[in-house]
Design a binder for this molecule. Structure first.
Ligand SMILES: Nc1ncnc2c1ncn2[C@@H]1O[C@H](COP(=O)(O)OP(=O)(O)OP(=O)(O)O)[C@@H](O)[C@H]1O
Length: 240
């Protein structure tokens, strides 16, 4: 399988805090990888090293075979951060336009592209409203729409469905599966354990290392438990 992301022996500390000790991780085309771990385990740090926002102390992050950080690749990635970085004083449409420009997305057809991504997150009829009046969930949806702009080959989503109601969550996951079928690569972190059942592979990040990395069903069999939530709890218990 062609690798879109490859982290090799990545270590990262903040001061004396060793967050990532030795992380190996890969993501191929047409694959959804779910990164799971307790709060503070370093999931966002894995994402930041992958995007090249943070530089690894040791080891290397490759995206599309190129060593990160690499600014040229940023346009080919759709990224949704854990906290929304939106312009509250602008409309949703103006936000989408701004970020499309930043990512170097073609101006031709941009209006249709904005409508497309807004519809995926059910914000099609809210495009001309100001973000300052949006609820938390609406802001999450707009952030996700921004990540989807230009149909990027690689999607990196940090807790994309926090504050989003179940029906829309289902719609978003169905969109992610459609993108996967089209050959996109998707890295997603989640706290929602039933979402972890929807990915192709779960990487369990505990104690600065990826301690398990396999299909959800396979992990459930290996750990002898009925759900990913139980895998998570058992893995944490075994390490404590
Ligand atoms: N830039 C930074 N400077 C100092 N400490 C940091 C920095 N970024 C992260 N950390 C610390 O590294 C640890 C891992 O943080 P990170 O955000 O990667 O975890 P996480 O698994 O994403 O957590 P959560 O699930 O709560 O979002 C935390 O203790 C955090 O305080």
């Amino acid at each position: 399988m062609e690798k879109v992301i490859s982290l090799e022996k990545v270590a990262k500390s903040f001061g004396s805090l060793k967050v990532l000790k030795d992380v190996d991780l890969s993501l191929g085309r047409g694959e959804i990888l779910g990164l799971l771990g307790p709060s503070g385990a370093g999931k966002s740090t894995v994402i930041n090293v992958t995007l090249g926002v943070e530089k690894a102390d040791y080891g290397t992050a490759y995206v599309f075979g190129k060593v990160m950080p690499n600014r040229e690749l940023l346009g080919q990635m759709g990224y949704m951060a854990q906290s929304d970085a939106l312009y509250e004083s602008l409309t949703a449409r103006a936000n989408l336009k701004f970020f499309a420009e930043m990512r170097g997305i073609d101006k031709e057809g941009l209006e249709q592209e904005i409508e497309r991504v807004a519809n995926v997150v059910s914000l099609g009829d809210k495009l001309d409203q100001y973000v300052s009046g949006f609820s938390g969930g609406m802001k999450r949806r707009l952030s996700l729409a921004i990540a989807l702009l230009g149909n990027p080959f690689l999607l990196v989503l940090d807790e994309p469905t926090v504050g989003i109601d179940p029906a829309l969550r289902r719609q978003i996951w169905s969109e992610l599966h459609k993108m996967k079928e089209e050959g996109h690569a998707i890295l997603v972190t989640t706290h929602v354990m039933d979402e972890a059942e929807l990915v192709d592979r779960v990487a369990l990040l505990i104690g600065g290392r990826v301690i398990a990395n396999d299909a959800p069903k396979k992990l459930e069999v290996d750990y002898g438990v009925p759900s990913i939530e139980d895998v998570f709890l058992k893995a944490e218990e075994e390490l404590s």
